[in-house]
Design a protein around this ligand. Structure first.
Ligand SMILES: *[C@@H]1O[C@H](CO)[C@@H](O)[C@H](O)[C@H]1NC(C)=O
Ligand SMILES: *[C@@H]1O[C@H](CO)[C@@H](O)[C@H](O)[C@H]1NC(C)=O
Ligand SMILES: *[C@@H]1O[C@H](CO)[C@@H](O)[C@H](O)[C@H]1NC(C)=O
Ligand SMILES: *[C@@H]1O[C@H](CO)[C@@H](O)[C@H](O)[C@H]1NC(C)=O
Length: 417
């Protein structure tokens, strides 16, 4: 099957530029420069550009000020006179398949008129200039799959609008990176699908434990070794934002029979072999302490929750699509994503169960983008992605991940204040 061959080619050719045609069908999928923090430990100033109608004028409700606001509990409202984004489709960093405006997706102009309103407080659209002013001499890394790249591109395009020289480089193994020189702030994207190192595996003629169980081909996943693309990231960055998810529920790539994930720990195969969801737990059990040990005490670590897909009428390989022009109602989202319905996109809440269990009690902050994103069935590229299949997994840019960054930056302000 052509699709499968393509998967493997893409998979093995890791040096191929990111997100080629196949990235969709592959089912991708501060110590805060302590000194800088000390200098600016004054209380956070009210956000300047308050764009919500019914919020408190400082932009920070009582709930937000005392840190008790649940930003993930809220609803979307439409305001055609306000944009969520600070940039437009001309930002060069936007991957073509995500540029819904340039691709004439019919609702692309409206996607950025939807605003997230948490129940107990407001989520302001962050102001790039005041963000850069407050976060000088800081390195911020996004570590994860193409959905984290989508978020990284949104942040880059927002910051790029601020006048000043930008240097493009790839520090600490990054796939892409930019420094805003006037502010000495660097943001990078470290590409990794499952956080752990993996490589194709085939049976050894001399035999072995996996061979004796009948395994011939697969992928060796070392649950205790970070992928090289980000292994240096904790030493370089003051703030990291991690994600992983789609690839663990991607049997089209890690075919359970033809190319299963074969987990190794301390260089030895895990016997009896475990399924991917158990492998995910083991990877998280190793990667979380890896990061905690290497980052200085003042560093800020986030784990982003899973980004939902919105395939309806089948999965991507079954002709599924996402043609909605408006966000879902909470009931529609519940129907699509509830574990008990076990429908096409059920993995989003499954992934989150694994993440929340592994992160409980750690020093990671949770960036919970799932509930707001579950409602945004209107905000994927769909057929405007220009692929053979609808892209109901990534997000149009400008678009939803602008709000993820508003949330990320609001959390940073709250942590610092
Ligand atoms: C989008 O529409 C414009 C104006 O009609 C056209 O010039 C352009 O080629 C279209 N782009 C795509 C990708 O179809
Ligand atoms: C820029 O920031 C880095 C930390 O991210 C720091 O090590 C370096 O000294 C800063 N450079 C200047 C010129 O302040
Ligand atoms: C969910 O559905 C898939 C097939 O679509 C099936 O393999 C799996 O066992 C189901 N899971 C549960 C918990 O029912
Ligand atoms: C987190 O751990 C505490 C105790 O260690 C437990 O009471 C709580 O239920 C856990 N929460 C989750 C979401 O697992």
């Amino acid at each position: 099957m052509a699709v499968r061959e393509n998967h493997h080619r893409h998979y093995q050719a890791k040096q191929v530029p990111l997100f080629p045609l196949l990235s969709l069908i592959c089912f991708l999928s501060i110590l805060l420069a302590l000194s800088a923090f000390r200098k600016t430990s004054a209380p956070l100033q009210p956000h300047q550009s308050i764009q919500f109608n019914n919020g408190d004028r400082s932009g920070r409700s009582k709930a937000a000020r005392d840190g008790s606001c649940d930003y993930s509990d809220g609803s979307w409202y439409y305001d055609p006179n306000l944009r969520t984004s600070k940039y437009d489709h001309t930002c060069k960093e936007i991957f073509k398949g995500w540029n819904c405006y340039a691709a004439n997706k019919s609702n692309a102009p409206q996607i950025i008129n939807w605003h997230w309103k948490p129940k107990q407080c407001d989520l302001p659209h962050f102001d790039p200039v005041s963000f850069l002013e407050k976060f000088r001499n800081i390195n911020i890394g996004f570590v994860g799959d193409s959905l984290n790249r989508n978020m990284f591109v949104s942040l880059f395009c927002s910051l790029k609008r601020v006048p000043g020289e930008v240097k493009k480089w790839r520090p600490a193994g990054a796939d892409r990176g930019f420094s805003f020189l006037k502010y000495n702030l660097t943001i990078t994207y470290h590409r990794t699908n499952i956080l752990a190192r993996y490589a194709s595996w085939s049976a050894n003629a001399d035999g072995g434990e996996l061979e004796s169980l009948g395994y011939k081909e697969g992928y060796r996943v070392d649950v205790d070794i970070p992928e090289s693309s980000w292994i240096e990231a904790p030493n370089f960055h003051d703030i990291l934002v991690f994600n992983t998810g789609h690839w663990w529920w991607a049997p089209s790539k890690f075919d359970p029979v033809k190319s299963p994930m074969l987990f190794f720990e301390m260089g030895q195969p895990i016997i009896p072999p475990v399924p991917p969801d158990v492998g995910l737990d083991k990877v998280l059990q190793h990667m979380i302490p890896y990061v905690e040990k290497r980052m200085p005490p003042g560093a800020i670590k986030f784990f982003r929750t899973q980004s939902p897909r919105h395939f309806e009428g089948g999965d991507w390989y079954q002709g599924g699509s996402c043609q909605r022009q408006q966000p879902l109602s909470p009931q529609q989202a519940e129907d699509l994503f509830s574990l008990s319905n076990n429908r096409t996109n059920v993995e989003v809440r499954l992934v989150n169960e694994h993440l929340l269990k592994a992160l409980n009690g750690t020093s990671f902050h949770i960036l919970n983008i799932t509930p707001m994103s579950e409602l945004r069935a209107d905000a994927h590229p769909a057929s405007a992605g220009g692929k053979k299949h609808d892209d109901c997994m990534h997000w149009c840019l400008p678009g939803l991940t602008d709000t993820w960054n508003d949330l990320f930056i609001q959390h940073l302000y709250n942590i610092r204040s």
